[in-house]
Design a protein around this ligand. Structure first.
Ligand SMILES: [Zn+2]
Length: 342
């Protein structure tokens, strides 16, 4: 069985401007990681189609989609203090949002055990009506919404160093899609406290583990064991979508966490058992050090193939276990509250 590697040349054409950390070279580093994974024929390149407007509008407001298209087509510019789009960004954004929908049918058909979507621009900060934090469309949310729309239960796990505020907001009161984020706090965008656990029918389907600077791989693995696994036992997902940001790596210039590529291998492997093979999609989010991107991509791809590659040793001993415990308690309370609701 093989792994789909979803990518497109247009992802390189999105240019956020000279000196911007979210740069095309990131994707070249991810491609180097693919070579380093050494999976040969087990990895199959898949070219995505653009998302349809109907698919994008499962997550984003129609008025925002139209405005973004006009903005890009008229040459683009600055969308928020951190986020820029240019003319080529429109097609790149539609192809990034289309990565999930393009490959889900082939996963359904049993063609692949998993898919790695090497997309740009990233997505997890994008809100229904606003670009934010380098993100235009919320790629992982578009895939989750497509699956939920046909009756599937979807778990999104986000181990990017930043909180995926856009993904959380999209599904905050939605009982069909669960969202768990492990992220650095304090850090942009500032959301994602342990007390954010979902609302209304979605109570208990969101969990947040905001770990302090210096947190290491053992803390992320504890978050998986003590928060993600119990939530999955409650929620019973059919699909696992991973927002794979590699900016929790200790080399990353924008953050202060302590992970290595070896930790990314282990944390990813810990997550895969939550759903059967063929129901696993990974989306590239952030990660701004090129070596860290290359090695972490290789580690995650090999994990998806059921093996273990640790280009660097796993880490332990950093702070944050108390936050994991607090998040576990917050989830249990929220889920119980939902179960007790009339
Ligand atoms: Zn990030």
């Amino acid at each position: 069985m093989s792994i789909a590697f979803v990518t497109h040349p247009q992802y390189l054409a999105h240019d956020a401007g000279l000196g911007h950390p979210e740069r095309p070279e990131r994707l070249r580093a991810v491609h180097d990681g693919l070579d380093r994974a050494g999976l040969g024929d087990e990895l199959v390149a898949v070219g995505p189609r653009p998302a349809t407007k109907a698919e994008v509008e499962l997550v984003h407001d129609g008025a925002y989609v139209e405005a973004l298209e006009r903005f890009c087509r008229s040459g683009g510019g600055r969308l928020d203090p951190d986020t820029r789009a240019a003319a080529a960004s429109w097609d790149a954004a539609l192809l990034a949002a289309g990565a999930g929908p393009s490959v889900i049918g082939r996963l359904d058909a049993g063609e692949f055990t998993a898919a790695f979507c090497a997309v740009r621009p990233p997505g997890h900060h994008a809100l229904a009506s606003r670009a934010m934090g380098f993100c235009l469309f919320n790629n992982v949310a578009v895939a989750a919404a497509a699956l939920a729309g046909r009756g599937e239960r979807v778990l999104v796990v986000d181990y990017d160093a930043h909180h995926g505020n856009g993904t959380q907001a999209t599904f905050y009161d939605d009982p069909r899609v669960a969202y768990v984020s492990i992220h650095q706090h304090p850090l942009y965008p500032g959301t994602g406290s342990v007390l954010e656990t979902g609302a209304d029918e979605g109570q208990g389907t969101t969990a947040n583990v905001p770990v302090p600077p210096g947190a290491t791989g053992d803390v992320f693995r504890a978050a998986v064991a003590d928060v993600v696994v119990p939530l999955a036992e409650d929620f019973r997902p059919a699909w696992l979508l991973v927002s794979a940001g590699f900016d929790a790596h200790r080399r990353d210039p924008l953050t202060d966490l302590g992970l290595t590529s070896g930790d990314y291998a282990d944390v990813t492997a810990d997550l895969l058992g939550l759903v059967p093979p063929g129901r696993r999609l990974v989306f590239l989010e952030g990660g701004y050090d090129l070596e860290a991107l290359r090695d972490s991509t290789a580690a995650v791809l090999v994990a998806l193939a059921g093996d273990r590659l640790r280009p660097e040793a796993p880490t332990s001993g950093g702070p944050g276990r108390g936050v994991v415990d607090a998040a576990a308690v917050a989830h249990t309370r929220a889920w119980q509250h939902q179960a007790d609701a009339p």
